[in-house]
Design a binder for this molecule. Structure first.
Ligand SMILES: [Zn+2]
Length: 356
């Protein structure tokens, strides 16, 4: 049995408020613990979005009542609410700016809002961006102009990761994350699975995937799930929303990569604990660790999931490495031994801390 630190996911969608039929703080943080994550950061593209102080305050209270693990919330940048950024900041761990289209209406396309973000958001808190294609260059330009850190979410294309590598070599304060689905799936899987493998950014070519793996030991800072659950009926509808769940499959997939010699266990811990904590300035969690059996083989199954959506694009895949136990602040909060799913979660709703 291996003992590792509790994992940190800097990119999770918990769907509160407005999407509770997809996920909420209780089911999302249960899925987090079942995936070995003891601290997760939730994205602001909810309905309404976490772009005003009132919604942020209410959502924090809901998180505090229901969460099984520690949770931080992102504030969202929105042109109509850009004057609220200063009021939002004390309640958020970071700011998210959507430069490209994704699920929900949060989007920034005008330079005035971008400048307001960089001028008013506190320097002690990171600005994270959903930036695809040429928008990566926009983010790098803003990081350089304002001399402040920018974190790029779910980088998926060869040209993007190569540009970020160049910016880092120039000493610019940029960091980035990649997701397991962009490491383990290509556009061919999107053809096979249809809406169940549709997310933003979309799955890429084999050459893009190879480039992400090639930069995993150097340019990539974090491994993030971009856990983005939707109900199966929504995914099978005429207008399927983009996004796939990921909290419960990230660790087994990455342990499989360690088993195959594609990355070291030390690097996995840097990508899933050490760098996320440093970049997002997150507190240590004392007496917190996970136990994994690195040799156990399992087949990923929809029936084993805690996420409310109840499906994963990785169903049927055989993985090597299984989570056995999660300890948060000295308490066993998850134990994979019981056969019945509902007996594995041992944390009380509300026992998680809400940051900051
Ligand atoms: Zn996302």
């Amino acid at each position: 049995m291996l003992k590792l630190p509790g994992l940190i996911d800097v990119h999770t969608h918990l769907r509160v408020p407005g999407g509770e039929h997809k996920e909420d703080f209780q089911t999302g943080t249960a899925a987090a613990l079942a995936g070995g994550f003891t601290l997760i950061l939730a994205m602001p593209n909810t309905s309404p979005p976490l772009a005003s102080a009132g919604v942020m305050r209410e959502t924090r209270q809901k998180a505090q009542r229901a969460s099984h693990c520690d949770v931080g919330l992102f504030a969202g940048a929105s042109p109509g609410q850009r004057r609220q950024l200063a009021d939002l900041a004390p309640h958020a761990v970071a700011l998210k700016i959507y430069l490209n289209e994704t699920f929900g209406p949060l989007r920034v396309e005008d330079l005035v809002t971008l400048l307001t973000c960089f001028q008013t958001w506190p320097r002690s808190k990171v600005i994270a961006m959903h930036a695809e294609g040429p928008n990566v260059a926009v983010g790098i330009g803003l990081a350089a102009a304002y001399q402040r850190p920018v974190h790029f979410c779910h980088v998926s294309r060869q040209a993007e990761i190569e540009l970020i590598a160049v910016a880092k070599r120039q000493g610019l304060p940029v960091t980035c994350e990649v997701t397991p689905h962009h490491l383990f799936m290509t556009a061919a899987d999107a053809d096979r699975l249809g809406p169940l493998a549709d997310m933003r950014p979309t799955l890429a070519t084999a050459a893009d995937v190879d480039a992400l793996w090639a930069h995993l030991d150097t340019t990539v800072d974090c491994l993030a799930t971009d856990h983005a659950p939707h109900a199966l009926a929504e995914k099978q509808s005429a207008n399927p929303p983009p996004g796939v769940p990921g909290l419960e499959t990230a660790l087994p997939l990455m342990l499989t990569a360690v088993h195959a010699g594609r990355l070291s266990l030390e690097r996995l811990i840097e990508l899933m604990v050490i760098n996320p904590r440093r970049i997002f300035n997150l507190p240590e969690q004392p007496d917190t660790y996970i136990e994994v059996d690195p040799q156990a083989q399992t087949t990923i199954s929809n029936q084993e999931l805690h996420t409310r959506c109840g499906w994963t694009p990785f169903a049927g895949m055989t993985v090597t490495g299984r989570l056995q136990r999660v300890v948060l602040r000295g308490q066993t909060v998850y134990d994979a031994s019981p056969a019945e799913l509902k007996n594995r979660l041992l944390a009380r709703p509300g026992s998680g801390h809400v940051l900051p």
